[in-house]
Design a protein around this ligand. Structure first.
Ligand SMILES: Cc1cc2nc3c(=O)[nH]c(=O)nc-3n(C[C@H](O)[C@H](O)[C@H](O)COP(=O)(O)OP(=O)(O)OC[C@H]3O[C@@H](n4cnc5c(N)ncnc54)[C@H](O)[C@@H]3O)c2cc1C
Length: 377
């Protein structure tokens, strides 16, 4: 469809709803809208030619909680709140897999593992003691009696790690190819008749009670009856009052490694570092805690302090005594807040937000998108 820019005005008015942002949440929301209401006119507006936030730049962990992450969460929130978010993640992953199919997103249930080195002995003992508690808590969600269990002490050596003494396995976690996931979501949305407008950077929005006006950075505006905002880490640019802080995460991937023994997703140091195999390569990321101040930004980029920490983790722990080459590194922007829970709420009668994925949007995004649409309509 080719419209001259003054024709956009009346075109957007004829839509039923605009979804802002084409990450996993925006695409899932658009799909949910068309699945439930096939006749609805739905458009997705995106500032970039491709989704440009976190969904195309993440690590592909299909995870709902390691024991150290959950224990940390329990220090700030109640048991029922922590469990509710974990359940949302589990349900979100199920929905994503059902919607797209395991083959399309290359889902592999190789487990999620948390590694502990000799210096982490005390921490490990604390977490190991709480395995029965978490198994009891999660049995209703996963349907498994032993969601968490200890691996034998030789497991670290079998993976080829150096000085990894203990590993706690989450048996119900897996990994996906998020590039394939985004491609499939986009194709599905297009097939259902969702319209896409890329290259429209929205600088501000106003609800006049009857419609919402979207003001672009090119100096012209258009309006739509309803708006669902799915801009995650960038949400506070439009709504400064929201508790959403941008948080950058840096990632790198190696060239193929000969005889790689690592299989599965791994967390280290309370989940601040993470790595997994991508075929015969290692993807490693995280390290935000080494420089929180600098990483609280919506600017993409890399810093020596974190790149060096990730490279050291590769050479000291993951691939000791092995030659490896860093093939590529990149970053993405997450949306965090004081509470580890998405914000799904109406800001005005015609503007709804579904943001703050807290670094778990691949897991939670499909459900959050759907819940956002239920509120928006
Ligand atoms: C490096 C990294 C690794 C991660 N690893 C994992 C993982 O392994 N597992 C997991 O579950 N989660 C992971 N996450 C988190 C996950 O990727 C995010 O939570 C999720 O992708 C958020 O999806 P979203 O659709 O809400 O936001 P995004 O994917 O960020 O999409 C928001 C979109 O909105 C657009 N936009 C923003 N502002 C505007 C505007 N004003 N006008 C128009 N368009 C706008 C952006 O261009 C962007 O395309 C990771 C994140 C990062 C950065």
């Amino acid at each position: 469809m080719l419209l001259s820019h003054w024709e956009y005005e009346s075109f957007f008015k004829s839509l039923d709803i605009v979804v802002l942002g084409s990450g996993i949440v925006g695409l899932s929301a658009a799909i949910s809208l068309k699945e439930k209401h096939p006749n609805l006119n739905v458009a997705v507006v995106e500032r970039s030619f491709l989704p440009y936030g976190a969904s195309t730049r993440n690590a592909g962990f299909a995870c709902f909680g390691s024991i150290s992450e959950l224990s940390d969460d329990l220090e700030h929130s109640s048991e029922s709140e922590v469990l509710a978010v974990a359940e949302l993640r589990f349900r979100g992953l199920k929905k994503l897999r059902r919607r797209l199919g395991d083959k399309a997103i290359q889902y592999q249930e190789l487990g999620g593992m948390e590694i502990f080195r000799s210096a982490d002995k005390k921490e490990f003992e604390k977490y190991a003691d709480s395995i029965p508690y978490f198994n009891e808590l999660f049995s209703e969600i996963t349907g498994k009696a032993d969601t968490y269990r200890l691996l034998d002490q030789q497991a670290g050596t079998r993976f080829g790690f150096r000085q990894v003494d203990q590993i706690i396995l989450n048996t119900a976690e897996g990994q996906i190819d998020t590039g394939e996931m985004m491609k499939s979501l986009l194709t599905m949305a297009q097939r259902l008749g969702v319209l896409f407008f890329n290259g429209l950077n929205i600088e501000s929005v106003e609800d006049n009670g009857k419609s919402v006006s979207l003001n672009t950075d090119m100096g012209w505006s258009f309006s739509t009856p309803r708006l669902l905002v799915c801009t995650n880490g960038f949400a506070s640019k439009l709504f400064p009052e929201l508790d959403v802080l941008p948080a950058r995460n840096q990632v790198m991937i190696t060239a193929p490694v000969k005889n790689l023994q690592v299989r599965g997703c791994f967390h280290y140091d309370r989940g601040y570092f993470y790595f997994r195999n991508v075929g015969d390569r290692i993807l490693v990321g995280g390290g935000r805690h080494l420089d929180f101040g600098t990483e609280q930004t919506s600017e993409f980029g890399s810093t020596p302090v974190i790149q060096e920490a990730l490279t050291s983790l590769l050479s000291d722990v993951i691939l000791p005594n092995q030659q490896f080459e860093i093939e590529r590194s990149w970053s993405g922007i997450m949306g965090l807040g004081k509470v580890k829970k998405p914000i799904i709420k109406k800001i005005t009668p015609n503007i709804t937000v579904a943001v703050r994925m807290g670094g778990m949007g691949i897991a939670i995004g499909s459900i959050v998108g759907e819940l956002g649409t239920e509120l928006a309509l």
